[in-house]
Design a protein around this ligand. Structure first.
Ligand code: HEM
Ligand SMILES: [Ca+2]
Length: 685
């Protein structure tokens, strides 16, 4: 702070208030431009008559919840102002933030724009809140919804504050995200490879977990429109700081144009409205708390609950009900008899498999509520709902930690990070100094690993038929779920347990690498280009920084011998060399996904470290984690025993009316594990 010692308070006051004032002006200018661009038809409205465009599909997925609108202005203004501050003081943002006089004046001046978040907690509350607040009584905001994601390592923005990472260590531009996708991740459409042992349910459970723990807010134009960054002049592009389009190299096998639309994610404000480098907001509770089922606010909950005997609203055919008011924005309807379902998460329709697994949990909640109501005639709706919700979350956590996660990170990491679930009894692991908040590199890269597990087809199987539908025809449509009077969800659910998982390698199927959200005009996106560009948008540093974070050897060269890419096959190292100039430049997603998987896992050493760290935080940093034996908030020993008998097989059989299934539906049926009689659940509540 020495360099500003001779500045008077008055001078500092002037500089900072000018930075904030300029930021507000820029913000208003951008908003006015957005309105104009929607009016003249450049930006696209969220929905229009007729079939959706690919951009409308994408907009339905990359959402910005309106409830956060107040925070939207604050985040953007503070982001602009932080950039202004580094310009005015000609110093890195961390140095400025280390100067208490500057911070004090900033706090005063920013208060009309942004107020610190304050939450009141009551230690006696027996159930977790929908918003995730007050899970940690010492740090009540940790893990709550609409709050900024945390960082495992500091960001690497071009300007140190906000501009995306885009230069190689030698000063050249980084390769285009689509070029990396083409060279590293291309799957020959002729011959997609499969895992021998695992089923597609591994992928589907992963997406549900992903939607439970993270939902990063996008940026929207006027009236919720999609901001368009392609086919506009250079001059206009300069005026749209939210644009960061992806260059498509000439000769691309799928895309004729040279530009893929890409809009930056919303900048967050922190809990105390401080200035600093840009961060992003997650609209989901970080905790694994079935927020995709119960919603993350009281408003959500009002639309989801039946307010009768603890039940959630359910349609006559056992699906989610329609929303209270007509909603045409969250899915694309192909029949007048269908509707967009209201669940706790608006992404429910993106793939039929996701709808199916969410419906299974809806039915499970109501099954448990029914039993609880019978056993406890004096309980009211609220008692039954809260207790059933607590049990369902326990089951979700149990299956995820005991059965699913080991297939992902491998048994070694499960032991190393203390992720094991014991067969019986409590495991008191809670530590109120562990921050469970979802981390940026995890969400933007490592946990997207499952994009390699996606299949070109959606299996739809019952005793009489075994069909499969093309994935690229199914995005955002509830059609399959509604088929056969609602039995479609069962056939998709059963199909996922019978179809093989795509190979956990660096290659990604055409359905999402070339044809994501393909529309009637044949236009589409590349999910892998989006992943890579998204990391740069979030300022996520390159591969080597993350290797260091995980205590893994640094790569100084592209060879696979000592000092190089020691966790890559020679073939994959060659692909990385063909596209990057230096190992430091390698983006986290391609670098991590192209590592050789850990023994018994589907991801390599780097991703398994990042994923294990996040799941360790979600376990140890969750006061309501199901194995904690706290009085009042924990389960009784008998309840815990019962939850530990929950299996995916039981859930599938019960809710999709199956009489036979393999013991572990995450694995393909084999001669060894034949159809079994599953243990019955005890009902000792
Ligand atoms: C069913 C097919 C799937 C589709 C169509 C899909 C599509 C997408 C899209 C469009 C995004 C946003 C891309 C962007 O940054 O602009 C995304 C993000 C993401 N996907 Fe997938 N995905 C699928 C399956 C999965 C699975 C199985 C996982 C499993 C773990 C997964 C994990 C993630 C994660 C962690 C994010 C970041 C979420 C956030 O930050 O809000 N996805 N996906
Ligand atoms: Ca959650």
């Amino acid at each position: 702070c020495k360099q500003w010692a001779e500045y008077t308070d008055d001078q500092l006051y002037k500089i900072i208030s000018k930075a904030i004032h300029n930021a507000e002006l820029t913000y208003r200018r951008v908003m006015t431009l957005n309105e104009y661009l929607l009016e003249i038809g450049i930006d696209q409205p969220p929905v229009s008559q007729g079939p959706w465009t690919y951009q409308q599909h994408y907009a339905a997925f990359q959402n910005l919840k309106r409830g956060t609108a107040a925070d939207v202005d604050e985040g953007i203004i503070i982001d602009f102002a932080s950039t202004e501050l580094t310009r005015c003081f000609k110093a890195p943002i961390d140095q400025i933030a280390a100067c208490p006089r500057i911070v004090e004046i900033w706090d005063k001046l920013i208060s009309p724009v942004c107020q610190p978040r304050i939450v009141r907690c009551f230690p006696g509350e027996r159930y977790r809140r929908l918003t995730g607040e007050c899970n940690n009584l010492k740090y009540p905001l940790w893990g709550m919804t609409n709050r900024e994601e945390r960082r495992f390592v500091p960001p690497a923005y071009l300007d140190g504050v906000s501009i995306p990472r885009q230069l190689s260590v030698d000063g050249h531009p980084l390769p285009s995200a689509r070029m990396v996708s083409n060279i590293v991740h291309r799957q020959d459409p002729c011959c997609p490879l499969i895992e021998r042992d695992l089923s597609l349910y591994v992928m589907q459970w992963g997406q549900m977990v992903d939607h439970d723990i993270v939902d990063t807010a996008g940026l929207k134009g006027a009236d919720d429109s999609s901001i368009m960054c392609c086919n506009i002049s250079e001059k206009l592009l300069e005026k749209r700081p939210e644009c960061f389009p992806i260059h498509i190299p000439p000769g691309d096998l799928r895309f004729e144009s040279n530009c893929m639309n890409f809009v930056r994610n919303l900048p967050s404000r922190d809990d105390l409205c401080r200035f600093g480098y840009r961060n992003q907001v997650s609209q989901a509770t970080s905790f694994l708390d079935a927020s995709f089922l119960y919603g993350q606010s009281h408003e959500d909950s009002r639309a989801i609950r039946a307010f009768e005997r603890g039940m959630l609203r359910i349609s006559p055919s056992g699906l989610f009900p329609p929303p209270g008011s007509m909603d045409t924005r969250s899915c694309q309807l192909e029949s007048q008899k269908h509707y967009c379902m209201k669940s706790g998460d608006f992404r429910i329709h993106v793939m039929p498999g996701l709808t199916s697994v969410q419906v299974m949990f809806l039915r499970e909640h109501n099954r448990i509520a029914f039993i609880l109501g019978k056993l406890n005639p004096l309980w009211n709706d609220e008692d039954i709902y809260s207790e059933a919700r607590k049990i369902v979350i326990g089951q979700l956590q149990h299956i995820t930690y005991a059965y699913w996660l080991p297939y992902i990170v491998g048994p070694d990491r499960v032991l190393q990070y203390g992720l094991r679930v014991s067969k019986h009894g409590y495991a008191d692991v809670y530590d109120d100094e562990i921050d469970p908040t979802v981390a940026n590199g995890f969400a933007v890269a490592a946990f997207r690993f499952a994009h390699t597990l996606l299949s070109d087809t959606v299996p739809y199987i019952n005793d009489h038929v075994a069909l499969s539908f093309k994935s690229e025809d199914m995005f955002n449509k509830p059609t399959l779920a509604f088929s056969k009077n609602g039995m479609g969800v069962s056939y998709v659910g059963y199909g996922l347990s019978q179809a093989p998982l795509s190979k956990a390698d660096e290659k990604v199927v055409t359905a999402v690498r070339d044809n994501l959200f393909r529309d009637m005009d044949g236009r589409s996106l590349d999910l892998i280009s989006l992943n890579i560009q998204r990391s740069r948008d979030h300022g996520v540093p390159g591969y080597n920084v993350w290797r260091k974070f995980c205590g893994l050897p640094y790569a100084f060269h592209f060879g696979t011998d000592i000092g190089g890419l020691v966790d890559h096959s020679p073939e994959n190292a060659k692909k990385l060399r063909a596209v990057y100039r230096h190992p430091d430049d390698i983006d986290l997603f391609p670098g991590g996904l192209s590592e050789t998987p850990m023994p018994g896992g589907v991801v390599g050493p780097l991703f398994s470290c990042i994923i294990s760290q996040q799941f360790s935080n979600l376990k140890r940093g969750d006061r309501f984690y199901f194995e904690n034996g706290f009085k009042d908030t924990g389960f009784t020993p008998a309840q815990l025993e019962s939850i530990k008998t929950t299996t995916l097989a039981r859930l599938l059989c019960t809710h999709f009316h199956l009489s036979r299934l393999q013991v572990d539906p995450f694995r393909l049926p084999s001669k060894v594990v034949e159809i079994v009689a599953l243990p019955l659940w005890s009902v000792s509540w």
